[in-house]
Design a protein around this ligand. Structure first.
Ligand code: HEC
Ligand code: HEC
Length: 453
């Protein structure tokens, strides 16, 4: 599989008048285009000695955790409060979550972050005093779940330059069955769907200096694009570093992102997050006596390594005329200012196979002001209420196959790539307007290109 792709990459360079650096397929990308496309492991690059740990990491990511005590300590520790019992409840087939269609439906694969104004000692958001920094719907027996968040969709119509109407929807978040009374006055909320899991190792391996250079270049270019790195607290290194993961680039490393998910989404403690997620007012929660940390370091390392070893889906149909046309329109509309087609990884001692690779993630990992329409109004470390991390576009065209939906953007409001583009504003306003002015044929080519990724 791997070699076939390397060959296809070469042929592709030879037949196109594109710079090879742009066109070359990543030799370790997967050409699986089926439902399991986001779950392929790039085995040839995995050292023999790490294979067992990656298989274990995969089981830990896939398994459903249970409430302690259990005969099998490897799967115990869920709660006292939590959102879902498995990583893949929110990241089905390592893919993306989907928002509920109506206020009657529960949130199955998304979560709502909560905070009050100010900054915590680590520079991050200040948790809501009674509910913490995330609403956890469920509790173990004897511990009440914190409550439920619901989404109601409000729609409006926009008209493209050629007269085509497009309906857009935006969420209105509400809360019900709050177990400990109303949220504190001034509580800020941020509803976020789970993004796909593949490719995060490669993104972690991009040198900080390259991201800073991209930010400097954007500022200088005068195209109205001015990405900014988030600066977040790296617990293991005990210092602030550039954030990369989460919709506001609010986590620094894959390992910390996973540990934060275990703690925040599932109530499982680890050496990075050793304290149970029980704000003092939640007395029943605080009274639960578990062993802490619930997850050993070697298990966290195995989960991290599994993410590092996941293959990225290769782009498809790159030599089709319509896709090539779409690629040119993508550049002409300035989409590539933020959605950078290529980045290069640098040194990465944690998983050397990811070093010095040319990758095609279509992101700059920087934060951009995306306007009032997309704003959550909730700062997250250095990220402001209108800023979001440029979403990587690799794998976009396989979403409908893997997850049987194609909802996009941080809260899943967009039901198609076109809707996602029409929500772009702020620094991306010019790009959005360019798409609004396109003819139907151009629009279709642009979308065909996005779906080829
Ligand atoms: C309740 C739903 C939910 C569960 C359960 C969950 N996640 Fe997530 N995951 C999310 C959301 C939402 C985000 C984006 C978070 C943000 O923006 O702060 C995310 C982000 C991530 C990312 C970063 C992806 C990126 O592109 O930035 C990784 C990696 C990840 N989760 C892994 C895991 C693992 C591993 C587990 C299990 C230990 C897990 N998640 C459990 C919802 C969930
Ligand atoms: C100023 C930077 C910027 C420009 C320019 C830009 N984007 Fe984006 N794009 C973003 C950010 C930031 C997000 C994530 C927004 C969110 O989650 O709410 C995003 C999200 C998307 C998404 C949804 C992806 C997902 O996984 O949810 C698509 C599709 C997309 N952009 C396509 C385009 C296209 C096509 C263009 C050009 C017409 C473009 N973008 C121009 C910054 C930009």
């Amino acid at each position: 599989m791997t070699h076939r792709f390397a060959l296809r990459g070469l042929l592709f360079c030879a037949t196109l008048a594109l710079p090879c650096a742009l066109a070359a397929a990543d030799p370790s990308a997967t050409d699986d285009t089926h439902r399991d496309a986001f779950q392929q492991i790039d085995w040839p690059m995995v050292p023999e000695a790490q294979r067992a740990s990656i298989v274990r990491g995969r089981s830990l990511v896939r398994q459903t955790w249970v409430i302690a005590p259990s005969l099998d300590p490897d799967i115990a520790g869920l709660g006292p409060t939590y959102n879902r019992p498995a990583c893949i409840s929110c990241h089905p087939r390592n893919g993306r979550g989907e928002p509920p269609a109506s206020p009657e439906e529960p949130m199955r694969s998304m979560l709502v972050r909560l905070s009050v104004p100010g900054r915590a000692p680590d520079g991050g958001p200040v948790p809501e005093p009674v509910y913490g920094d995330q609403l956890n719907e469920f509790g173990v027996p004897g511990v009440p779940g914190e409550g439920e968040a619901t989404i109601e969709w409000l729609t409006h119509e926009v008209t493209l330059g050629d007269g085509t109407p497009v309906e857009l929807r935006r969420p209105r978040i509400a809360f019900r069955r709050l177990a400990h009374g109303p949220l504190a006055a001034g509580t800020m909320t941020s509803a976020r769907v789970a993004p796909p899991l593949f490719g995060v190792g490669l993104l972690e391996a991009v040198p900080e200096s390259d991201l800073l250079a991209i930010a400097a270049e954007q500022k200088k270019s005068g195209r109205g694009i001015a990405g900014q790195p988030n600066r977040v607290w790296d617990i293991a290194r005990n210092r602030a570093v550039i954030g990369r993961f989460g919709h506001k680039a609010n986590q620094p490393t894959v390992r910390q992102q996973i540990a934060a998910a275990l703690a925040g989404d599932m109530g499982i403690t680890s050496s990075l997050f050793p304290a149970a997620n029980c704000p003092p007012a939640q007395t029943a929660c605080a009274a639960v006596r578990d062993t802490h940390p619930e997850l050993a370091d070697d298990a966290l390392d195995a989960m991290t390594r599994y993410h590092h070893a996941l293959a990225v889906p290769a782009a498809r149909r790159q030599d089709a005329a319509q896709v090539r046309h779409g690629r040119r329109l993508f550049a002409r509309a300035g989409c590539d200012g933020c959605h950078r087609p290529s980045l290069r990884t640098g040194r990465f001692p944690d998983f050397p196979a990811l070093e010095n690779r040319l990758i095609h993630p279509y992101t700059d990992l920087l934060l951009h002001d995306m306007g009032a329409g997309l704003a959550d109004g909730r700062p997250d470390f250095e990220a402001g209420g209108r800023q979001w991390r440029t979403a990587p576009l690799w794998g976009l065209g396989l979403l409908a196959t893997v997850n049987e939906h194609a909802t996009l953007l941080h809260d899943g409001r967009a039901r198609s790539a076109l809707e996602a583009i029409l929500w772009h504003d702020g620094e991306a306003r010019r790009s959005r307007d360019a798409v609004r002015r396109m003819t139907r044929r151009e629009r279709e080519a642009l979308i065909a290109f996005l779906h080829s990724l």
